[in-house]
Design a protein around this ligand. Sequence first.
Ligand SMILES: [Zn+2]
Length: 564
Amino acid sequence: MNGERAGTGIASSPARILSAAGAALLCAIASPVLAADPADTILVNGKIVTVDERFTIAQGVAIRGQRIVAVGNNADVLELQGKGTKVIDLKKQTVIPGLIDNHAHFIRAPEHEELRLDGVASRKRALEMLTGRVRSARPGEWIVTLGGWSEEQFTDDPRGFPLEELDRIAPDNPVVLQAVYNQSYLNSAALKAAGIDAATPDPRGGRIEKDAGGRPTGVVRSAGGVAYVAAQIPLPDMEQWLANVRKFVAGLNAMGITAWYDAGGRGMSDKHYAAYQALAERGELNARAFWTTIRQPATPEQVDKVLAEIQQHRPFQGNDYFENIGWGESLYQPATTNLLRNDFVVKPEDMREVRRIMQAIAESGMFLNAHVEMENAIDAYLAELEELNKVEPIKGLRWVLSHLDQVSDAQLARMKKLGMYAGLHSRPLIQGALMHKVHGERAWDMPPFKRVQDSGIVWGLGSDATAVTTSNPFYTLWFAVTGRMVGSRKVNRQTISREQALIAHTRSNAFFVFQESNLGSIQPGKYADLLVLDRDYFTVPAQQIKDIKPLMTMVGGKIVYRAR
Ligand SMILES: [Zn+2]
């Protein structure tokens, strides 16, 4: 057969181009419907990594409207050239399908125009970036970084940011630098603007650090503390919010993201969704958001309310740019695990509430994505899911367990039996060193990419950005292939091949968001969502995978990003 198969090692052997016969076959399939009209755009002379079922490598792609109409060798796709067709010579550049993140919090992210420290491996550099941002800020403007970095990623000086240092750089602008979900570093202006002083009590689940004299030191610790600080930062008006979304999505396009599954998050309101929805309705949203509704009830009474909401919920009323696909993420607060706690045991009474919620979702025939990380919690969830399946079958509903940092072979077998899928994420990119402190030797296998890949379960790769890891999908691919965190320390030994990682970040994730007939590979009939890369993902040294950048990003046949 023509073309490459996944797992046969494109990285180590030159990619084979479709033979004339193979390409002719492709065109023959496409031609009866498609030959009549010329293409709008034709890409030729490239290395098109289609990520189709046979991992075919082609030379060209023809696009009409939003969709791909032909894939093959140069001559085949040029048959669709007409007077108005734009032909782009790829000059041997590599093209891959647009990357789909299967777990991100990008709908929440543009509530602030953040200073991001994603991938910044030097503390000195981080300070330079902060200084630059302060210089261009309006007086009193908040400068915030809500996660996406950790102290451990700084190879020159792995520590946080003391108050005096931040005050020197930013005497007049409130500054909040939040590390993962662990602690926030504030300057004096931020403490003042947030109303935090000697008399402020610790928020629930958090701690305001104070010196011997009782004055706040500028450090606020733990998830509850971090959330408390974030909630004090003023939200923008709708116009600014829309501008933030445009800028944020442009940033995703520049990194190579064309679609994602959005898990919602803490503090989400209708406003967060409204900005995206408005752009989607105007046809101005340049990436595709497939999201689930999130509620985080913490008592059985709150669960009662959520059950009524689930019964009323109607997913799939949007379009292929902005679509609610069901219910998800943390189902019941007291049963929610934390990656950096290895002593957490879910209680039977809390699992009863989880079961009530899952049963209501199953009765509605809806999709569910459930957050679960540690082995004992995965066992507890699977026990409920197996019982539930007996009374209200879930097989066929594409239910996903997300994160699965400690999933075992036996658990993967149980998931397969239930027709479930696995979502794995690149969080050790910034938390790897912390995970080794908390979990010891076991952290080497968290998450177990290779084990999951070898199990044969349908699984996908994503980030869980923006707070707990970086958003750049090439960092996620790099991590899955090398097991290294930002700064290059090796933290994971469950690495997989480049092909396996790419399939998990494209075609598999299209399936997760119910878009397998539209997205995930470069094939006739699918949307023209693709990336032209500045170097070949398959042949660059592994260490450089994180540095790959799109030269051009296309979504639905529209060029949404071009490198300058
Ligand atoms: Zn989660």
